[in-house]
Design a protein. Structure first.
Lengths: 286, 280
């Protein structure tokens, strides 16, 4: 009798901990949204998203400069990480000798584990001076941020692409080779096309991580509040805007930072819905 | 014609090798650049003394303690909850809309930018619950943040336990909880440890969520209600305010060494997983 009651207790405890995750998520969404409400009411969604000026002292709360900043660094990062990440995944599945694959895997694990501030620091001491030499200006720029981000999201891109490539049924490969195609033709015309949903999933996940990165970006992108003028000029990201101003912002100013949080949350939820549909498509194909 | 094709394929294959070489090289460059400059700044004094003059002199001892303190609070909260969730999802729950809802919320939780966790922690723990910038506020925020990582890792570890083990246990008259506790968890143990090590790595490396919840005061935290400046926050402040390059390199080197050690730990736990599960 006693053991049955304790067993029931354990099951309830397990169930309880399971149901902690969902309220946690809801709580986060509710708090961020409530915080953003005053900004949506008094500034307005349109003015927040399309306003070109961010000057809290003059009550101008345009988030467009930081939205553009985030899009620029993310775009640059994806342009770099897509070919390199896919190349690495192909290398791991098609070309690497055992020692090479082991080396790459260890390297990627390490890359994934290094704290983002260390990347930001590396950006400050190495990339910023290099870019200053090459392109002039301060060296703190969207491109610097994009390069740092590309290194940071590389492990995500490679891991998901590799999974996708490995999930391609071996019959496809065998069929292609049996028809007389070379290894390279098989890889580029049979294996790669059937792995596209999984590879896109990797890209979407990498995008989510890139959009969310904060401290490393603050350290290397310059953080100006005006509209970005060029890829080699300073920008400010949406995440950086929150981190820099949250501690001293009050009133509507503070509320607009929550609004930035809402934009980030909505973006991540949309990306996750895309991700799920990609995974469903991949399962349907196999 | 055939020659041209061979030529193009050669370029294809060599570009794969190039991508591989390039990434290993850039990792090597980052590690070498920081470690070669940073390790010379690291000494016993650096590791055991308090910072002086805003961190441009002295050591980083309080920031190491802060990092470990905040991480320990986070893990103490997150590990039991995650283990419970993983066990429930894997061993008790059948596929259902509720199960899909939980999984989707975990997936979204995993993707939320750390600064949003920071914003939430700041609003809820620091302001609403009046914890102020403190070790607990930082620890609780990190706990929510590592939840999805831990649950995913625990689930995978539990999934590696062969079905036959459970069937044999149940056939011998053990109930479901006994099977979980005596058979499934011991067998999954190396995988569970790997998950914990990975989560510790994430907590140690986090900065955005921590700076808004644990604060950045440079004192030694004693009580959980004290402010804490973690190593990552310290490095961020040193690097952006140009206080001391030497100390920034040193702090970065210590962080990297910590990550290398944690990585080494996961290879050990993984190697144990690959071996035969121990039977008693």
């Amino acid at each position: 009798m006693k053991s049955r009651r304790s067993r029931k207790f354990i099951e309830w405890a397990l169930l309880g901990s399971t149901w902690l995750a969902l309220p946690a998520l809801l709580l986060i969404i509710i708090f961020i949204f409530l915080g953003a409400l005053p900004a949506f009411e008094s500034v307005g969604l349109g003015a927040l998203l399309t306003g070109e000026e961010w000057r809290p002292t003059k009550e101008l709360y345009g988030l467009l400069p930081s939205v553009l900043g985030t899009l620029m660094v993310t775009g640059i990062a994806l342009v770099i990480v897509f070919p390199v990440g896919l190349g690495l995944a192909l290398f791991l599945t098609e070309a690497a000798p055992a020692w090479g694959a082991r080396l790459i895997r260890r390297a990627l694990e390490l890359l994934a584990g290094i704290p983002s501030v260390v990347y930001g620091f590396f950006g400050i001491i190495v990339l910023v001076p290099v870019l200053r030499q090459l392109f002039g200006g301060s060296g703190f720029s969207a491109v610097t941020g994009g390069v740092v981000l590309a290194i940071m999201v590389l492990p995500t891109m490679v891991t998901l692409s590799e999974d996708a490539l490995r999930a391609v049924p071996s019959e496809y490969r065998a069929g292609s080779l049996a028809l007389g195609a070379t290894h390279w033709q098989t890889v580029t015309r049979v294996v790669l096309p059937s792995a596209i949903p999984g590879i896109s999933a990797g890209l979407v996940l990498a995008m989510g991580r890139a959009i969310g990165e904060t401290m490393a970006m603050i350290m290397v992108v310059g953080n100006i509040t005006g509209m970005p003028t060029s890829l080699f000029g300073p920008v400010r990201t949406l995440t950086g805007n929150i981190a820099i101003e949250m501690k001293y912002a009050t009133g509507i100013h503070q509320s607009t930072l929550y609004a930035a949080g809402v934009f980030l949350l909505v973006t991540i939820i949309i990306l996750n819905l895309i991700l799920n549909s990609l995974f469903r498509r991949r399962e349907a194909r196999q | 014609m055939k020659g041209a094709k061979d030529w193009r394929e050669m370029i294809g294959w060599s570009s794969l090798w190039l991508a591989a070489g390039l990434s290993v090289l850039s990792l090597g460059a980052i590690l070498w650049y920081i470690l070669s400059r940073g390790l010379s700044a690291v000494s016993l004094e650096f590791l055991t003394q308090a910072p002086r003059r805003l961190g441009s002199e002295g050591g980083i001892f309080p920031t190491i303690v802060s990092t470990l303190y905040v991480t320990a609070v986070a893990m103490a909260m997150a590990v039991p909850v995650s283990l419970g969730t993983a066990i429930y999802l894997r061993e008790y729950m059948r596929p259902s809309p509720a199960e899909r809802l939980i999984r989707f919320s975990l997936q979204v939780l995993a993707g939320i930018p750390s600064i949003v966790f920071g914003l939430f922690g700041f609003t809820f723990f620091v302001i609403k619950l009046r914890m102020g910038f403190s070790v607990v506020a930082g620890g609780l925020t990190l706990a929510i943040m590592v939840l999805p990582t831990l649950i995913r890792a625990f689930e995978e570890a539990i999934a590696t336990v062969p079905r036959e083990y459970r069937e044999a246990s149940l056939a011998l008259g053990a109930d479901r909880w006994q099977t979980v506790r005596r058979i499934v968890l011991p067998t999954a143990n190396p995988g569970l440890l790997t998950g914990i090590v990975l989560a510790i790595g994430r907590a140690v490396g986090e900065s955005a969520a921590v700076i808004l919840t644990a604060g950045s005061a440079m004192r030694m935290p004693v009580f959980p209600t004290d402010q804490a400046r973690t190593m990552t926050v310290h490095l961020y402040i040193l690097a952006t305010e140009g206080l001391s390059d030497v100390h920034a390199y040193g702090t970065a080197a210590v962080l990297i060494v910590m990550v290398l050690l944690l990585n080494q730990l996961t290879t050990v736990t993984r190697a144990r997983r690959r071996g035969e599960p121990r039977t008693r």
